[in-house]
Design a protein around this ligand. Structure first.
Ligand code: ZN
Length: 277
């Protein structure tokens, strides 16, 4: 913590740690920045949560590696990064209460209390929030929120945790079964007995991520890229699913639910199934 004394009191100065510089000059493993890629910096603000210590340093390393990586997954590596500065702000009382973290603009606000209790989950959570910074869509319309959150969890589970699934485990009523508290979203829906039969994708997050992964495997291998492009250009419409995948969105969801319940593709088998981790 840094303090400056002024006449009449003590004024605390925001304590920024400059952790990474000029990615163009800094090799970050196999995803070294391209020569034509803009450099970026990562700032850590631990003013209100100095106890996060090494977790903050780990988070900065993650951003250095994954910010350009995610850009490549969603767009391509030649696509300019949306910001040349990413700020990680660790806060004991973030503005959105009870949220482990949230992203606004180029800032990820991290609930420092949460990461003390969920150290394993913490970095995967950062990948989700960092994906929002990469997305940087011009608007967040209500009918696309589930896709925005689904893509963030798709990146998290497919590329970072490598545990994305092709279908969900559910009973004949569309209720999830067999999940543990290690998968909080699924577990909470399961505990509440929520049926996903009717537009269950609106549950967002990992439910939507699983559906998007299923669409990628069964209908359109480039679905994520297409959706991301449409959202980036503020041109997303639900009818895009019919155009890309051949059926209306809710019919596709129905197919996904049927396969989740039965373990068998509803319409005669996989088209472009990929390996599932
Ligand atoms: Zn999110």
């Amino acid at each position: 913590m840094v303090f400056f004394l002024f006449a009449g009191g003590v004024m605390r100065r925001r304590f920024f740690i400059l952790v990474s510089v000029l990615v163009g000059l800094w090799t970050i493993g196999p995803f070294q920045a391209q020569a034509d890629q803009p450099s970026f910096r990562v700032f850590l603000d631990v003013t209100d949560a100095p106890e996060v210590g090494t977790d903050a340093v780990k988070a900065s390393a993650l951003v250095k590696e994954w910010y350009p990586k995610i850009n490549g997954f969603l767009f391509d590596h030649a696509h300019p990064l949306p910001f040349n500065l990413v700020v990680l702000s660790f806060e004991p009382n973030p503005a959105i209460k009870n949220a482990p973290a949230f992203a606004m603009g180029n800032v990820i606000h991290v609930n420092s209390n949460y990461i003390q209790h969920m150290p394993d989950d913490f970095r995967a959570l950062m990948v989700h929030e960092l994906t929002h910074i990469n997305q940087h869509y011009p608007s967040k319309k209500p009918d696309s929120v589930w896709i925005i959150e689904g893509i963030a969890d798709y990146v998290r589970h497919k590329y970072y945790e490598k545990d994305i699934q092709l279908t969900l485990r559910m009973n004949s009523k569309g209720q999830l079964t067999g999940y543990s508290s290690a998968e909080p979203l699924f577990y909470n829906l399961q505990s509440a007995g929520t049926s996903l039969d009717d537009r269950g994708y609106l549950q967002q997050y990992t439910v939507a991520a699983t559906f998007l992964y299923w669409l990628e495997a069964r209908k359109d291998p480039d679905i994520i890229h297409h959706l991301n492009t449409a959202l980036s250009q503020d041109q997303y419409k639900p009818d895009l699913f019919r155009i890309l995948c051949g059926r209306p969105l809710d019919d596709l969801w129905g197919e996904f639910v049927t396969e989740s319940k039965t373990g068998r593709p509803a319409l005669g088998g996989p088209i472009t199934e990929k390996s599932v981790h």
